[in-house]
Design a protein around this ligand. Structure first.
Ligand SMILES: [Zn+2]
Ligand SMILES: [Zn+2]
Length: 355
């Protein structure tokens, strides 16, 4: 059960060149419906760089290290060879084991400087939970449901070995030389404020983390104290990737895929459809975020899905608000209600560009 699933991807000759010295290891997760996360092993002379590293597993005697070791072995390396860990973003499925791996290997940890915000949240989970409860109260979530929803973080925290900050902080625009290849660091906020992708123009390969995923539209959540308009950041980050025209995308979850432009188009359509649905609903009648989430997303869902539905609705409303299309007022019971302020066009055209 603790064994990992090392998947070898079948690829042609061109793909072989793109992927030489690069291995994907699907590490088991099994928390909040996340089945696996991809750890990428990048050969760097005698050492390796890992991109993302999975979770700490308190339920296993090895804490989850054995799965990492097996993956390294399949790539021809051992734990002691790990010299650098690049974390695309500090969500626990990508970052939970980093502290333990640093202890064991002495590797440096490379992350975007804005992952400091996630680290602060993990260091002070009570503050983070209280802030979430306040947000939910302001937006009309019932008292019984509030605590359950705010416990999203509680469900993940056991899988975080320790809160480690970056030993090398990125800001975007840097070049990491790995195995003689240059990988450009792209800051791609949206799914997470401190999210980075790694891009090799010579290979045409993008390590996309959770910014671009096969099959699902990456969630974009609003969280107080983070990005005031995360959906706008996300759409701009998508445009950045579309302009690079990657030939191959290696995502944080699932299998590699080729049609980056098609994926981006599908994700954009999805987000825009939801923006329009929320705007229409607010035009019909002023509504709270909870009412909108109930109307637009199936109601009978699990706590982590409902939490996501509300946080995503908040992100979409923030976008509409900063576009000047909706505004909020406080109802007598203290709950925010959103109303329409204009019938101007949704300015997604700037994001879609000429495409
Ligand atoms: Zn994530
Ligand atoms: Zn993830």
């Amino acid at each position: 059960m603790s064994r990992l699933s090392t998947e070898t991807d079948t690829v042609g000759a061109v793909e072989d060149r793109r992927l030489s010295g690069l291995h994907r290891v699907a590490l088991p997760i099994g928390v909040n419906a996340v089945e696996t996360v991809n750890m990428h092993v990048l050969a760097d002379g005698d050492t390796v760089t890992l991109v993302d590293c999975g979770v700490w597993r308190p339920d296993l005697p090895d804490g989850g290290l054995a799965a990492v070791e097996d993956g390294l072995e399949a790539a021809g390396y051992a734990l002691r060879d790990v010299a650098r860990i690049v974390v695309t973003h500090a969500h626990i499925d990508h970052y939970g084991l980093a502290g333990r791996l640093m202890e064991v290997t002495g590797a440096e940890l490379t992350m975007h400087t804005l992952t400091d915000l996630d680290c602060e949240k993990y260091r002070h989970p009570d503050t983070a939970r209280a802030r979430r409860r306040d947000t939910y109260a302001d937006h009309g979530v019932s008292e019984e449901e509030r605590t359950d929803l705010a416990d999203h973080l509680t469900r993940w925290l056991p899988y975080l070995h320790s809160v480690v900050e970056a030993s090398r902080r990125l800001r975007g625009g840097e070049e990491l030389v790995i195995g003689g290849d240059r990988w450009e660091v792209l800051h791609t906020p949206g799914h997470s404020l401190g999210h980075v992708c790694l891009w090799s123009s010579t290979r045409g390969v993008l390590l996309s983390g959770d910014h671009l995923l096969p099959g699902i539209t990456p969630p974009v959540s609003f969280e107080r104290g983070f990005d005031a308009d995360p959906l706008r950041s996300y759409l701009a980050s998508l445009r950045l990737i579309a302009d690079l025209r990657p030939a191959l995308v290696l995502p944080g979850h699932g299998r590699p895929f080729g049609d980056a432009a098609g994926r981006i188009e599908a994700i954009l359509r999805n987000k825009i459809r939801r923006l329009e649905a929320i705007r229409r609903a607010i035009c019909e009648r002023p509504s709270t975020v909870t009412e909108l989430a109930d109307r637009l997303v199936a109601k009978a869902v699990l706590a982590h899905q409902r939490q996501l539905a509300i946080s995503e609705t908040l992100a979409h409303i923030a976008y509409l608000r900063w576009s000047g299309l909706v505004e909020r007022r406080t109802r007598p019971d203290g709950v925010y209600e959103w109303y329409s302020t204009g019938d101007g066009a949704l300015e997604v055209s700037t994001v879609l560009g000429g495409r």
